[in-house]
Design a protein around this ligand. Structure first.
Ligand code: TRP
Length: 442
């Protein structure tokens, strides 16, 4: 770790790509993406989502890496360096607070994956109804949620205390390839079920009449969430980049991996959904209430069920640590607090917020804290943060700084495309989403 206040760095390109992909690939890909496809009617949603990744996701992730790498600072410090004496650092401060809020409910959902590992080890047995009911029972049981949230937070704090090379990078290097492998095995299995063909055409034959404004909004929101954008996660990860690591190629790889894993998750889930006549539009409970039923019926189901929920836990863990790293980096850089103290302190604060999210009947205005945090994050916080970042990257970072971070071989074309997107199309798209989302909220 070196001296307490010295900043760490990724060992190189591979370490950075795996960590960035680790942050991006999470519950968003494996839990949220399939159920959103189901709710929004299949291929049309997938099509818009892919467009959103290209037009919104790529330019914003590149901007966040650019801001981080060029300053080697946390989100607050980065804005202060790039634009001194202007209030842009508030965008960073907003991000630091929001990362804590997102992490608090993310940890509760991640706790569900731990509970399901436990259930999987015991074995899913009994009638279909009984197995499907496990999720509902867990959801209503605040104390159980609290317990698994506690366990999950301990894992996160343990990893982040280790720092960049010995914590974040080391674990991502093991967990990400493991996740990929398990997903491939499950995918092969799924593709051999009789519902496979129907699932593939559901996913990849878009029915364009199903594209409604709501589908577009959901797809754009999903693109934000899945790439960890808008709260400074990728600024922070970019700040640990070495000089020689190139932003554009790393961004393409990370976004590509995230997209591939999301699509693979779809290919795992939907053949099963169609084979066993599960309702595709059954919502957030889709994977938790349907997959265990499947696992109770298939050969080697015991093994697959444990593998699947362990995979979900890995994916959530590598994302959650990237959220935790945002406030930790801020405290280390700006307040000169040691990594250990910063991690334990913020971890504790997030832990308490998460406890409030563990009880579905605990909240204000008739909504649980879980719902409030979740809705605020996906509908308002992330788009707003993303909008500020694009405007900043488009109009307040000098052309000279940008040129420096695009490798010569790609520069002329890539920089031009990036500039056009970041200055016009991307912010306009976000603005539309943001306004529509706020409108929908009230
Ligand atoms: N991208 C992660 C997922 O798909 C979640 C995540 C990590 C995130 N960091 C974030 C979401 C920052 C929003 C903002 O599960």
């Amino acid at each position: 770790m070196g001296t307490p206040f010295q900043r760490g760095q990724w060992t190189g390109k591979l370490g950075f790509i795996l960590a960035g992909a680790g942050s991006a690939i999470g519950l968003g890909n494996i839990w949220k993406f399939p159920y959103m496809i189901g709710v929004s009617g299949g291929g049309a949603f997938v099509f818009i989502y892919l467009l959103a990744i290209l037009l919104l996701g790529l330019p914003i992730i590149m901007s966040e890496f650019l801001i981080g790498k060029s300053t080697q600072k946390n989100p607050v410090g980065a804005f202060k360096i790039l634009s001194p004496n202007k209030p842009f650092w508030l965008v960073g401060a907003f991000g630091v607070i929001c990362a804590c809020i997102i992490m608090s409910f993310y940890s509760v959902v991640a706790g569900w994956s731990l509970h399901f590992i436990y259930e999987a080890v015991l074995g899913f047995s009994g009638g279909d109804g009984e197995i499907q009911g496990i999720f509902g029972k867990l959801y209503e049981n605040g104390l159980a949620n609290c317990f698994w949230h506690t366990v999950f937070m301990l894992f996160c704090v343990g990893i982040v205390v280790g720092g960049i090379k010995d914590g974040l990078e080391k674990y991502n290097k093991i967990l990400m390839p493991a996740l990929f492998l398990i997903l491939i095995l499950l995918m092969i299995y799924s593709l051999m079920t009789e519902g496979a063909m129907r699932a593939l055409s559901f996913l990849f034959k878009p029915d364009f009449s199903k594209i409604t404004p709501q589908v577009v909004l959901d797809a754009l929101g999903q693109a934000f969430f899945t790439l960890s954008l808008g709260v400074g996660t990728m600024i922070t990860y970019g700040s640990y980049l070495k000089k020689e690591t190139q932003i554009p190629s790393c961004s393409f790889t990370i976004v590509g991996l995230d997209t591939v894993i999301a699509i693979m998750a779809g290919i795992v889930i939907f053949p099963i959904v169609f084979t066993f006549d599960i309702e595709p539009s059954s919502g957030p409970g889709l994977i938790f209430s349907s997959l265990p039923v499947l696992f109770s019926k298939i050969p080697f189901g015991y093994f697959f069920s444990i593998a699947f929920f362990v995979l979900l836990f890995f994916a959530a863990l590598t994302s959650a640590v990237s959220l935790l790293e945002v406030p930790v980096a801020y405290l280390i850089d700006e307040w000169k607090i040691s990594r250990r103290k910063a991690t334990i302190g913020v971890g504790l604060a997030i832990y308490l917020l998460g406890i409030a999210c563990s009880f579905d009947n605990f909240g204000i205005f008739g909504m649980s804290f879980f719902e409030i945090f979740d809705k605020a994050a996906t509908n308002v916080i992330m788009p707003l943060g993303g909008l500020m970042i694009t405007i900043f990257a488009g109009y307040f970072i000098s052309q000279k700084v940008k040129e420096e971070y695009f490798p010569d071989s790609w520069k002329p074309l890539l920089l031009k495309v990036y500039d056009v997107l970041i200055k016009t199309i991307t912010p306009i798209l976000i603005l539309i989403v943001l306004i529509a989302k706020i409108y929908e909220l009230f």
